[in-house]
Ligand binder design. Sequence first.
Ligand code: MOS
Length: 755
Amino acid sequence: MKQTIAAPPVIRLGTDYIGKPVSRVEGLAKVTGAAKYAAEFNVPDLLYGYVVSSPIAKGKITKIHADEVLALPGVLQVFSHENVPSLAWFDRSYKDDLAPGGSPFRPLHAAEILFSQQPVALVVAETFELARYAASLLRVEYAAEAHETDIEKKRDDGYEPGRGKTGFMPPPKPRGNPNEAYKNAAHQHEAEYIHLAQHNNPLENFATTVEWLGEGKKLNIFDKTQGAMNVQQYLTKIFGLSKEEARVISKFTGGAFGAGLRPQYQVFLAVLAALALERSVRVSLTRQQMFSLGHRPHTLQYLKLGANENGGLEAVHHAALAETSQFEDFTEVVVNWSGLLYQCENVKLDYQLTKIDANSPIDMRAPGAATGSFALESAMDELAYKAGVDPLDFRLLNYAERDQNMKKEFSSKKLRECYHQGAARFGWEKRNPTPRSMRDGNWLIGYGMATGCWDATQQKAAAKASLTAAGHLMVSSASNDIGTGTYTIMTQIAAQTLGLPLEAVTFRLGDTELPEAPVQGGSWTAASVGTAVQAACQALGNKLLKLAQQLADSPLQGAAFEDVQFVDGVIRLNEDISRRVVIADLLDASGEEKVEAEATTGPNMLKQQPYSMHSHNAVFVEVRVDEDLGTVHVTRVVNAVAAGRILNPKTARSQVLGSVVWGIGMALMEESIMDHGFGRYMNHNLAEYHIPVMADIDTIDVVLVEEEDDIVNPLGVKGIGEIGFLGVAAAVANAVFHATGKRVRDLPVSLDKLL
Ligand code: MOS
């Protein structure tokens, strides 16, 4: 080995990246179009599949006139239940990672129609236009049966679901005596809060391009998903493929918001067609078909709150009834938050499902909490008025110091700081408490606020780190980046752990050939994959230290991993930073081409068991309501979030900004309107399903509240993809009440409800 001499002084800017507002490392690829989405892989000899969807909500297919369209030159096949072979998946016990209880929908399996817009056939042709044209000609005959899609008619059919998918916690048992406490309460509030179904509607439509590689059944499957591994597991199980045969690739995802947590039917159809025709096939869904992939469930929520003379919360009863499909028990945590957010000794929480003839709902950003907090935080506002207490003071008065649901301490909770910092930034003290008391000409001005809470969880994940002799670090994990900033924060973690400049680090994700990672969802990616990336880089660092210690007269002789630091491209002693080895020289000296290490990490159960781990936020909103027209403008939002360590304030802020836009959409616009005659969502397009546009968005101020937490994970990060969305809709509705004196309890707060 070569002798290493003391390194010259380092003049780099530093490699301290965690917590810095680093710009997106994939930004250039995104804005130049180099970042390809699933439907953009133009592999040679591609065929196109177009989905034919059911116009009825319930019944049977009686005849498919496939011959008529097969006669068109260029149409290769019409796949339907009539010709799809009985696949391995007809093992009904199969479940994807995020599947709820029940039996997953199996496209083209049988003649039965279970929901409107159910895929009934796939027409495959040489061009997309021909496939679409042929699909439009395909005659399918049905025997319709009476359907029921109205949850209001199924109010009495509620039942309690069992534990289903990952993350579902049935409500805790009642505590205290909520009925008695409510009866005796000085101030009482009781009301029902309603929201219709909502659809995730990411900008990128769901699509899959399957590349037939011509080597046995080997496929490259470019899929729109939040979890390549989950899709691979589904495909291998159903089609009897090996992992080598079914490589799933998802490098860039144009939003998903939960719709991509589970494998969607287009991936099934595309793989089915590719295997049957032994050709490359693409299936992309239309915006209309996107409304058949699952939705936030239409839910009825009943809230009963009681407070004593001083405004102390004495009783909480929160019950929710949500729709699910006939074949799965889709569950969310809707009501539990109401036993967690405030100190209260008498609490009853109920959660029930009722079945309708629609597709299974699916998780949609902050599932359950978004809607549960709308109801709770609206009700808290109503009770605050009754008790004559300022809504912010009312929340501070009833602040929960511990998690009464779980009977545990919080690992950290800086919600009080969120309230104070958010209120100060907003100017809450300028609020005149009387509704309809603030105006500017024809505009009624209202201030409203609300609170949110989300889980801080960590899943098992693996990562690999590989450092080349040229000094480039490649880190990989089969995670995903749905636009949240995963590429960037993982690059930061890796660069800082090994003391390398950002430019020397590449992070790869979205490929089943990489180390296993969970779906990107639940705000757990930073905690889960981040911890694995850090651990893999530390393991690599350990190997480098060992190599450094093999050098003759190594300045690091005898040092343990804890005794050294990786900074600015060198390994140096904590105690004496002049004793150092340059990493690049080290690889050179060792003669190794590269040094690699892998790590698999998961939650430290023992350490975490005594604690309840959550992120929190406080949202303050100003609205202006046109007194004559009832139009609502959200003119100012301050969103103060405490989510543990913020890895990157720039990408974190973007997550909260997007969340606020979502909250404004939920409050004022979003609703999927079911025509119960047809049993179909009628506004299934972005012209009629309204979401905010730039003109709807004004000032949004994000406050990232400092919060340290060494319980949640080694990085101290809680995740920020969902927390910023919570409380926004309630804060808007509360501000509208303050502006107008009108309380709207069924979302969205549209102008017709204000006039
Ligand atoms: Mo999120 S609804 O877990 O993608």
